[in-house]
Structures are given as C-alpha cells and as structure tokens.
Design a protein around this ligand. Sequence first.
Ligand SMILES: [Zn+2]
Length: 229
Amino acid sequence: MSIQKTPEKNNILFVWLNSYAGILLKTPSKTLAIDPVDVKPKALQNVDAILITHEHYDHLDQRLITEIQKSTSCTIIADAASTKKLQLAIPNDKLTEIKPGDEIKIGEVSVKAEKSNHNAQAPVTYIITSEDQVKVYHTADSLPFPELAKLGQQENFDMVFCAVGIAPGTSPESGFEIARLTKPQIAVPYHTATTASQRKFAELLKLELPRTACLVPEQNKIYQVSKRK
Ligand SMILES: [Zn+2]
C-alpha cells in the first residue's frame, strides 16, 4: 500500500493498514509509517521513517521493519522496549529511542512523543506535525488519561486516532473519551476488527461532540485531511 499521490499544501494523506494502529501518513515532503504489521514489506517502499509505539506483536514486527529499513534506508523511531528489540538488526545511526517529551525532526516534519495509558513496557503516543502544521495525534492503544485535555488545548489537533477495541480496556466509549478530551477537528476510530464498534463511536461523537467530525476509515483506502481553518 503505497500512496502515489503527493498531498497539496496544508493537507496530508493517510491509509489505515491493518486492524490495529497501523497507519501510513504522507505529508507534502515525507512519508511515515506508524506501527506497521500485517503488511508486505514491498507495500512500504517509499517511507522516510517508521514510528513504533510499543513492543506488542500487533505494533512491532521486527522482521518486517528490518526488511523495510534495508530496502529504504529509512529512520526508525521507537519506544525503549522496541528499540532494545531492534538494536541488533538496525544500524545504530538509523534507530532512535524516544520517550515522552522528546521531539525528533524528519526534515521539516516534527514527531513528538507523549505518554500512553497502556500496559506495555515503555509505550508512547505520537504527535506528528507536518511542515505546514497539520497536526495528527496517533494514540495507539492508549486508554484516556487526564493530560489529554491539556494536549487538546495546546495543540489544536486536526486529527486524532482513537482505539475502539482489541486492546485491553478499549471500547467505543474509551475511544470517544479520547476524542472528547483532545477535541480534534476529525476523530478516527481504529484498532478494531468490527465496523459495529466504529459505528458506535461515530454515534457517540455525533450526540456528544457535534463539532468533531468522525472519519470512519476502511483499511487500505487513501484519505485526505486538510488543516483546520
Ligand atoms: Zn494494539
């Protein structure tokens, strides 16, 4: 699944890659893959960076990442536990450990790590800001946590990905709570294998958060998102 088209200024394109938190995101200048699993290495030929949120099997596939890294020479940014697992396979200068509060630049695209409320060794969530300030928050498997409200105020998110299933404790309701706290322009229900939980999430948003639009993604389709006016 590569994105051939380049987004226009003030836009990004994204694809949901699997039933989990796998996202391919393209800004006008860079292509990032977050937590790619269940995809063919050939499908991710043009990535500049891979971001990993935590070491669980549905987020970190060491063999896949090693293969993609070899063929693209991309940068890998990962939480501490995933970094440890990747260390032997990835060249030193291509692997960067990240922890909450750190910011790393991929060209003019910013990747900032925040905390995650998920039972893994050192999980993070990622705020990705494109070169023209489109702001995306990838919350991986995180359950809601109080600091999200502050982030929502500070960051003015264009789009937030919200887990609605599979991971322990997650549900349409917990995903909705992430959207409620972060107040994005667009909320995207993911990390689920059922459309019913996505629909439930959409209903909750419509009822209780009418100013946030719901984008219910299908896997392997390309979506465009514009910067908030
Ligand atoms: Zn997961």
